[in-house]
Design a protein around this ligand. Structure first.
Ligand code: SIN
Length: 438
């Protein structure tokens, strides 16, 4: 039953087995607003820094997983299989895998929590979730809402920690035999480590790991649409998504026009506090994120890239960085091989379809690729040739709860969202009954 009074959403304690509790030794850690460096008590925009309009979109996105998997739980069908013998009957039922763990990142502090917890709970599992140390408050608010909505104790627990405590919690969540499954979104390096730890108990995993997304613009593309799509794909959430365009590849015939107009678009973006309505880009999450962006830009320029705009910290200080455009990106540059996770667009050119397929697939990652073309044959050839789990065709926005989100190669295992997402939290049980009189 929902409480009659207001629900307290600003929580600063972990939520374990239905109880709000602090650390045994009284320890706590600060959650900093990257825009101002303050300690804070407000939620998504304040703890993550993204513009309020983007936070509202994220909250709706987060809620969509709860609604979707609330419904999908009703459709956990098994199978009745024609038997191999006349005196047998074969039935396959689906059962929850049991206690699940979730480890979520800071770039979508609400949506990544519900993307894991909703299918787990919809399947009948319980979940212990560790949010990122930079953004635990949104996860705690979701737990508070769950508590208020009548979620039984222990169905969703949130364990918080600072960076120093994360390895110990990760070790517990991957070695405790009670935990039957881990869902993780984060870097490939950490994902591999967690997967290795899960191997000891043969714990199931769903891993959404790093990407290195190519964003391809063919000569025949609708250039206005391609530029608009590239701007949103690159600069949404200040470039801090695992599906941000990381390598923008433009065919020779439209290269100059694309660069000129894309750069104008980047220059027009307003950087500011997430709480200010005019802001389109917020700060980077922390100093480490800023260091990586600066290192990628410096490396690219040192190796011959051309700077068209940006290329430096923003006058607002803290971790704000200018929207940046570089051309002359080459395979030996860090920006071509690692996710920048920031507002830096690296643009390269190519001559033909075969060349761009080779360039796009030349990476161990396979999360998402985007391309713009109006040629039907080319659309199919590229869609089938790109070695990625998700393909955006004439769009830079693919995220939705109704579609399976996930990667191949070193970008992960399994899928979130869609009817496939709930299967990640279910085991098939095959029951063979013999001795049936014919
Ligand atoms: C992510 O960056 O991990 C998720 C992005 C999305 O769902 O849009």
């Amino acid at each position: 039953m929902m409480p009659s009074g207001p629900i307290e959403l600003s929580r600063n304690q972990a939520f374990i087995n239905g109880v709000w509790c602090g650390a045994d030794d009284g320890a706590s850690f600060a959650v900093l607003n990257p825009a101002t460096g303050e300690q804070l008590a407000a939620l998504l925009t304040l703890e993550q820094g993204k513009p309020l309009a983007e936070s509202r979109v994220e909250i709706a996105y987060a809620a969509s997983f709860l609604e979707w998997y609330g419904e999908e739980g009703k459709r956990v069908y098994g199978d009745v299989i024609p038997p191999h013998r006349a005196d047998n009957r074969i039935v396959v039922s689906k059962q929850p895998v049991g206690v699940c763990a979730g480890i979520t990142p800071w770039n979508f502090p609400s949506a990544m929590v519900t993307r894991k917890a909703a299918p787990a709970l919809g399947a009948g599992c319980t979940m212990v979730l560790k949010p990122a140390e930079q953004t635990p408050l949104s996860a705690l608010a979701i737990a508070a809402l769950g508590e208020a909505a009548g979620l039984p104790p222990g169905v969703l627990s949130i364990v918080t920690t600072d960076a120093a405590g994360a390895p110990a919690i990760g070790a517990e969540l991957t070695s405790n035999p009670t935990v039957r499954k881990l869902g993780f979104t984060g870097s490939t390096v950490v994902g591999k480590l967690l997967m290795a730890q899960c191997a000891a108990n043969v714990q199931k995993v769903t891993l959404e790991l790093g990407g290195n997304a190519p964003f391809i613009v063919m000569d025949d593309a609708d250039l206005d649409a391609a530029i608009a799509g590239a701007l949103v794909c690159k600069y949404r959430n200040t470039g801090q998504t695992c599906i941000s365009a990381n390598r923008i590849m433009v065919q020779d015939g439209v290269f100059d026009a694309f660069v000129e107009r894309f750069t104008a678009g980047a220059k027009a973006l307003t950087v500011g506090l997430g709480t200010e309505t005019a802001s389109m880009l917020g700060p980077l999450i922390d100093d480490q994120g800023l260091d990586k962006v600066e290192a990628h830009v410096a490396d690219a320029i040192a190796k011959g890239a051309t700077l068209h705009t940006g290329g430096a910290r923003h006058a607002l200080g803290q971790t704000f960085y200018q929207p940046t455009v570089l051309t002359g990106i080459a395979p030996e540059m860090a920006i071509c091989n690692e996710e920048t996770i920031g507002p830096v667009a690296g643009i390269m050119h190519f001559n033909n379809e075969e060349e761009v397929l080779r360039m796009a697939n030349d990476t161990p990652y396979g999360l998402v690729a985007y391309f713009y073309s109006r040629d039907v044959g080319r659309i199919w050839r590229l869609s089938e040739g790109l070695e990625y789990g998700m393909i955006g065709i004439n769009t830079g926005m693919i995220s939705t709860e109704v579609a399976p989100f996930g990667g191949i190669k070193e970008s992960g295992i399994g899928r979130y969202g869609s009817h496939q997402g709930i299967d990640e939290y279910l085991e098939a049980k095959y029951m063979c009954m013999g001795g049936i009189d014919a």
